[in-house]
Every structure is written in C-alpha cells, then in structure tokens.
Write a protein that binds this ligand. Structure first.
Ligand SMILES: [Zn+2]
Ligand SMILES: [Zn+2]
Length: 151
C-alpha cells in the first residue's frame, strides 16, 4: 500500500547532511524522526547510486556506481514495474546520494523499540546538489534497526 504524498522539489544541498535535513523538514506527511543515508552493501560502501523509483507504487531500487550492487527498497522487487531511472530535474545527472526518512511510533503494547510505519526516500544530485523526493511507502512492522539493516 502506498501513501500518495506529493514530495516537493527540494532545495539545493551541499552534502548528505542537507539531504537528511530535507527529510526531517518534509511537510504534509507523517513526521520524520529518523534519517539514514544509504550506503552500498558491497565492500566499497559507496554512497553514489543510480536510482529507479515509482512514487505511485511506492517502489524503488538503487545501483552502486562504484561496484554495480543493486538493492531494492524493502519488497519493491515483488511488484517491480520498471520505472525510468531518476535524473536530476535541474541538470539531468543520474548519479545521486540517497537517504531515507522514517516515521516510527511506540509499540502498541508495553515497552520495546519504536516501530517504523512509513518512509520517504530522497535523492541529492551529486552534480548540482538539487534534492528531490523519489518515493514513499508504508513499512511493514519493523524496528528502526531492522529497517536500517534491510536498506
Ligand atoms: Zn558498491
Ligand atoms: Zn543536478
């Protein structure tokens, strides 16, 4: 299930910290309490990616520029529909830094870690710095740590 939030075209960011600040400041969506920059799961731990995303379906995947490792966002692969590769709306560059913003709530009963309910994925163009939302999605019942490990 997908929450159809219109993610506005963001400001120009200097670095990945600005990307995370953008996610914290998103309006008109669940409050973002946690952010995390995406790193390649390969040995290079790269942070530059090609990204494909469909905000209508709440899906995305990203491919490491350095080593080619591809990761799908959560269960995106199970309803993949081959959206086009993202390109910066300002300069046309396809290489981006990526970060997720997470909305988490306290568990229904008792103590325990907060449960992530929703996430937004945003990209920062490594060429000109323009930040843009890529997609957002409801999250199955995961803790922040579990979700971070799945990215
Ligand atoms: Zn890599
Ligand atoms: Zn750009």
């Amino acid at each position: 299930m997908t929450l159809h939030t219109s993610l506005e075209l963001g400001p120009v960011g200097e670095d990945a910290d600005d990307l995370r600040t953008f996610l914290h400041g998103l309006a008109g969506c669940p409050e973002v309490q946690h952010t995390q920059q995406l790193c390649c799961t390969g040995p290079d731990a790269g942070t530059w990616f090609y990204a494909e995303a469909d905000p209508g379906q709440g899906i995305s995947r990203h491919r490491c520029v350095a080593c080619g490792t591809t990761r799908h966002l959560l269960d995106s692969e199970s309803h993949w529909n081959y959206p086009p590769m993202y390109a910066c709306t300002a300069c046309g560059t396809s290489i981006v830094e990526l970060a997720v913003g997470l909305h988490a709530v306290d568990p229904d009963k008792g103590d325990g870690p907060a449960r992530v309910r929703w996430l937004a994925l945003a990209a920062r163009c490594v060429e000109c710095g323009v930040i843009s939302g890529l997609t957002d999605a409801y999250v199955p019942d995961l803790t922040v740590g579990e979700l971070a490990a799945a990215l």
